[in-house]
Design a protein around this ligand. Structure first.
Ligand SMILES: [Ca+2]
Ligand SMILES: [Ca+2]
Length: 245
């Protein structure tokens, strides 16, 4: 390879890196991850009982205090709530998960949940409900939690979300962004067991740990990875260069 060709190769790489850095700074509005791992306390979480089956706004009872356990989580501390009635109960997120969460658009809501008991199953309500002045959106994961902590994942974008109830219309990108732009409530279902009046064992206890609202991967990470790839390519080029004669 001549000196001139090598010069062109290096300047091409410089342009690619500069473009990548420029694109990273242009898309700088990326949310910072929000989480509750319950290491010290219940972190502001409560629970509410609502009619359910399409009615998630009317609060029958609550907000009520959750139970806090310092050990036995996944790992460390966790919170739990016992089903208070034949209605439908949800954990309700503290303020750090609310307000304008549009910088998280395209990310994920993840949490660990377990039930005691886990059967007989109730499938008539969604896993997550978002409430804002712009409307009520619901999401159903499609499988039910079991009796040990397992991670449940919900997209922080419109795919799979429904307006108002499980039988509602599909949510558009604009609808989803309007709701997460001014979020008044984020509710995570604890209700997964069909209650039989008078039989205490069918009032399940739901336990929650590791709630994380995480944005799309940072562009800077993609830049760092491409820089790493370029570095490897550069090293390969240097190794291939024939010894001077
Ligand atoms: Ca924990
Ligand atoms: Ca109930």
């Amino acid at each position: 390879m001549s000196t001139i060709h090598q010069g062109i190769r290096l300047s091409t790489i410089a342009v690619v890196v500069a473009a990548a850095l420029a694109s990273a700074s242009a898309s700088a509005v990326v949310g910072i991850e929000v989480s509750s791992t319950f290491d010290a306390d219940a972190d502001g979480w409560t629970f509410v009982d609502v009619p359910g089956v399409g009615n998630y706004v009317l609060i029958v009872s609550g907000p009520s205090n959750v139970a806090y356990s310092a050990t036995g989580g996944s790992p460390g501390g966790f919170i739990s709530a016992k089903d208070p009635s034949n209605n439908t109960f949800f954990f309700t997120a503290p303020g750090k998960f609310l307000g304008d969460q549009s910088a998280m658009y395209g990310g994920l809501l993840k949490y660990d949940l377990k039930l005691d008991p886990a059967t007989p199953q109730w499938t008539g309500d969604p896993d997550v409900v978002l409430i804002s002045d712009s409307g009520v959106l619901v999401y159903d994961i499609g499988n039910e939690p079991g009796s040990s902590f397992a991670t449940r994942v919900v997209p922080w974008s419109e795919a799979g979300w429904r307006v108002g109830s499980l039988s509602g219309t599909q949510v558009s990108a604009v609808q989803f962004q309007n709701v997460i732009g001014n979020l008044g409530a984020l509710m995570i279902a604890g209700e997964f067991v069909a209650s039989t009046p008078g039989i205490d064992a069918t009032f399940e206890t739901a336990s929650l740990d590791n709630v994380v609202l995480t944005p799309v991967p940072e562009p800077s990470m993609a830049v760092l990875m491409s820089l790493g790839v370029l570095g490897i390519m550069g090293a390969a080029c240097r190794r291939k260069r024939p010894a001077p004669k």
